[in-house]
Design a protein around this ligand. Sequence first.
Ligand code: OOG
Ligand code: MG
Length: 251
Amino acid sequence: MASEIEENQRNGIEMEKVTLKYPKMTVEEAYDVQSQTIQRYRDRGDEMVGWKMGLTSVAKQKSMNVEEPIYGRLTNSMKLSTPTLKMENLIHPKVEPEFAFLINKELKGDQLQVKDVWEATKEVYPALEIIDSRYKNFSFTLTDVIADNASSSKFILGKEGFPPEYTDWDNVKVTMFVNGDEVQSGYGKAVLDHPVNSIIELSKMLNRTGLSIKPGMIVLVGAITEAVSVKKGDYLEVNYETLGQLNLNVT
Ligand code: OOG
Ligand code: MG
């Protein structure tokens, strides 16, 4: 399953849900498939650079018909270094405004407090995630989406990161424009009431299999608004108030 998923991720090929063949797959097994998929990226010389949380808002869980948060793995090859998204090898990408935490001290366990997370956070960046489920119609069950690395495809960070005390992250308003029209807006609190809670939740989930957030890792905390479908020729501007703006050209 991992080799099929890895190939479809790499080439942007649509596939049937894996649960059609393996309806009894457990969450643990799905994370194992995810881990083995990313091992195949590593075998090709790619490197893991962090984690992403997904489905961290009730609205997002409802719209995807899944009832709990999930995590995925981020690799170097997913990181965009220029604000250009090539449609080549993508299926039906959607863009989400997020925050990315840059962690500089290991975070591990299911007992973390807010203070522990902030002590281990070097900077927070405004960020965009591009998700691209490999499943037809962007439709999946919990275990399907976990096996497909939580729909991870690409991500891009803002030019500048900010120290934890810079602002109240739950009250930052994010507004997304596509081709000049406002399409979505939301506040940081859409992410589990406060983006910092997403890191606590991630650490808890990782701890079930003895994993942790390592120094130097980036964590995408989850979408602040609904994800927006994009197509070739689109131009996105995403405004993060005093944190600045992120742009993306879809080519
Ligand atoms: C799952 C990934 C969702 C987020 O930030 O909520 C996600 C999906 O909706 O395909 O990345
Ligand atoms: Mg996301």
